[in-house]
Design a protein around this ligand. Sequence first.
Ligand SMILES: Nc1ncnc2c1ncn2[C@@H]1O[C@H](COP(=O)(O)OP(=O)(O)OP(=O)(O)O)[C@@H](O)[C@H]1O
Ligand SMILES: [Mg+2]
Length: 227
Amino acid sequence: MGQLSDREHPEPLAPSDEAVLSADGLYKSYRRTAWPHSRRTPVLQGASLSLAPGEIVGLVGENGSGKSTLMKILAGDLVADSGTVERTDSFGYCPQEPVLYERLTCDEHLELFGAAYGLEAADLERSRAELYERLEYERFADRRVEELSGGTRAKLNLTIAMLHDPRLLFLDEPYAGFDWDTYQRFWAISEERRDAGATLLVISHFIADEERFDRIYDLVGGTTVQR
Ligand SMILES: Nc1ncnc2c1ncn2[C@@H]1O[C@H](COP(=O)(O)OP(=O)(O)OP(=O)(O)O)[C@@H](O)[C@H]1O
Ligand SMILES: [Mg+2]
């Protein structure tokens, strides 16, 4: 599958029951070196999940349960010890800790990522303008990241993931730094994209979010349990 939006670059649509992501039997442990011994701490112990087009799915679990580890593996940022992941190539990833360049401006980030995604200039311009406006931070377009607040960095982190309007979005606690108004705006954008056929996997702590999700997976003891 291509990197670009279905709406601007139509491709044959997959049948609605075809998974955009299918992960099976994922195991991951981290090595801990406490001299003279090296131990492995198991984090994932057979986690599996499947995502269909047009749904918002929650991934919930206590601190340290392995949610970010699982999402990194799904996004291809980390290699599992065993198990399989099949997914569309058209995806965006918003990591828990923003990966931004302190010396570059917001505009420069979006130009850089737009080029990496292979976006046409007009598509980049449209998408950038829309996300600046919807997330209300256009006034920071020319500011360097080093001058931005944590919440504005989080907006840029989210914009980078959404910029190319991917079919699948991995969002790791995307609204942890957002104020209430931005949080509501985040959900409005997410629901619109879901209704247009995109799939969102969102890591969340808040039980209050429960009704926002079409489905929820709990990560417990290294495995995923669907509620
Ligand atoms: N690079 C690493 N090296 C060693 N241990 C790690 C590494 N990354 C994560 N861990 C450990 O793996 C476990 C799961 O971490 P992870 O970040 O996936 O949890 P999480 O569910 O996302 O937590 P949080 O809710 O705090 O974000 C934790 O015990 C953590 O200390
Ligand atoms: Mg995490």
